[in-house]
Design a binder for this molecule. Structure first.
Ligand SMILES: Nc1ncnc2c1ncn2[C@@H]1O[C@H](COP(=O)(O)OP(=O)(O)OP(=O)(O)O)[C@@H](O)[C@H]1O
Ligand SMILES: [Mg+2]
Length: 374
């Protein structure tokens, strides 16, 4: 496995040495797979769903055939078929046993195959007629069914299939899933309300067909120890207190923690102090300013004001309370609710439950929150 540029990667998966904890989630997923139970995995954005899937696959790779596809960029079943065949083709060399049958199957579809100039991984494009995509996908599943090893397929950003023009894709996939004996699925997605609806609404095909799993933030003390060790291993020193400050500033949100740690690691100093991380944090905010002004351009005045208000509060339990509205000069409750809905749709604001089960609104972009609060 390749080494990441710093011990705190912000994209990709580089093996267990760079991955913190998630032991319970990993155990649960592993149990589900061993029991042949499909899983639905959701979480707030950028908490680590995708990394967790890769981590799981890393542990399973000797016993299972693991196939990962991110369908966020797809717009139709035909696109999904391309992703699926690309995932299969890139996983297995033409020389391996499974590879031979996969490649034979794919080549029989007369695809256009190109190779990524940097990584050398193949990209498969199959120009099948729209109504043929299902048949071809079913044939690919069949190839997997015939393997001696069991198969796990993870479909990331699964809610994207709701956008496909083909009718009843969910119902079709559900019935395929039920027929497969050798394959277990993981459906993962960050649009939690859509994912929840697909899997818990009695009127939807996937109703109760999977085990629901929601991942949260990493435990603070575990993440802190991990970070201190990572710095030490790479000849930097940092105190527990300093890491705690960094974790607080990034709100323990995995991606932002990794980003800050990554940048601090790149600073020339061997001993990392409060001054150093704060300087780096300020630099990150400065760089992000154009993104924040981009939000302002994209939003109406009342949406923008509301976004700033949520950022300042951190957690908003009662967005229509007069305290909140008059405290931030937001107009009237109904317009606040309307703006709140739009901000959720744009994935700038999320709704979550706290430990006691009370729901609140929070802001996705931790950096924006820090920037506004300055
Ligand atoms: N347990 C972990 N230990 C260390 N780094 C992690 C861990 N989980 C995730 N990361 C890192 O945090 C970042 C965000 O994780 P990831 O992309 O997996 O999140 P995600 O939930 O799939 O986000 P999105 O909703 O945007 O798809 C990545 O850089 C990843 O490498
Ligand atoms: Mg992801």
């Amino acid at each position: 496995m390749k080494k990441p540029p710093t011990p705190f990667p912000v994209t990709g998966y580089f093996g267990p040495a760079y991955f913190c904890d998630r032991r319970e989630e990993l155990d649960q997923l592993t149990r589900n797979i061993r029991g042949g139970n499909p899983t639905t995995l959701t979480a707030l954005r950028r908490l680590g769903k995708t990394a967790l899937i890769h981590h799981l696959f890393h542990q399973l790779r000797s016993e299972y055939i693991t196939i990962y596809m991110d369908i966020l960029p797809t717009e139709s079943l035909g696109d999904m078929l391309d992703r699926f065949s690309t995932a299969m083709a890139s996983q297995y060399s033409e020389r391996s046993k499974l590879g031979r049958s996969v490649w034979r199957m794919i080549k029989s579809l007369r695809p256009v195959i190109s190779y990524d100039p940097l990584s050398g991984t193949p990209q498969v494009f199959i120009r099948s007629a729209p109504d043929e995509s299902r048949k071809t996908m079913t044939e690919l599943f069949q190839v997997l069914e015939e393997q001696s090893k069991p198969v796990v397929i993870a479909i990331d950003e699964f809610q994207q299939i709701l956008e496909y023009p083909e009718k009843q894709t969910e119902a079709w996939l559900r019935s395929v899933m039920q027929q497969l004996r050798n394959t277990t699925f993981i459906f993962s997605g960050s649009q939690q309300h859509l994912m929840k609806d697909m899997f818990t609404n009695p009127e939807k095909p996937f109703f109760r067909s999977t085990q629901f799993m929601k991942i949260g933030k990493l435990e603070e003390s575990i993440y802190r120890d991990f970070i201190v060790k990572q710095y030490r291993k790479h000849s930097r020193s940092i105190s527990d207190e300093t890491v705690t400050e960094m974790l607080r500033w990034t709100d323990l949100h995995t991606y932002y923690v990794q980003l800050l740690c990554n940048r601090v690691f790149l600073s020339p100093d061997k001993e990392i102090t409060t001054g150093i991380w704060k300087e780096e944090a300020a630099r990150i905010l400065k760089e992000q300013e154009f993104v924040f002004y981009g939000y302002r351009e994209m939003l109406t005045k009342s949406q923008w004001d509301l976004l700033k208000a949520v950022a300042r509060e951190g957690r908003v339990y009662q967005p229509t309370s007069s305290d909140f509205i008059s405290g931030h000069a937001l107009g009237n409750p109904s317009s606040v609710l309307r703006s709140l809905q739009s901000l959720q749709k744009m994935e700038l604001v999320y709704r979550e439950n706290d430990r006691e089960g009370h729901s609140y609104y929070g802001i996705y972009d931790v950096l924006f929150g820090r920037w506004v609060a300055r």
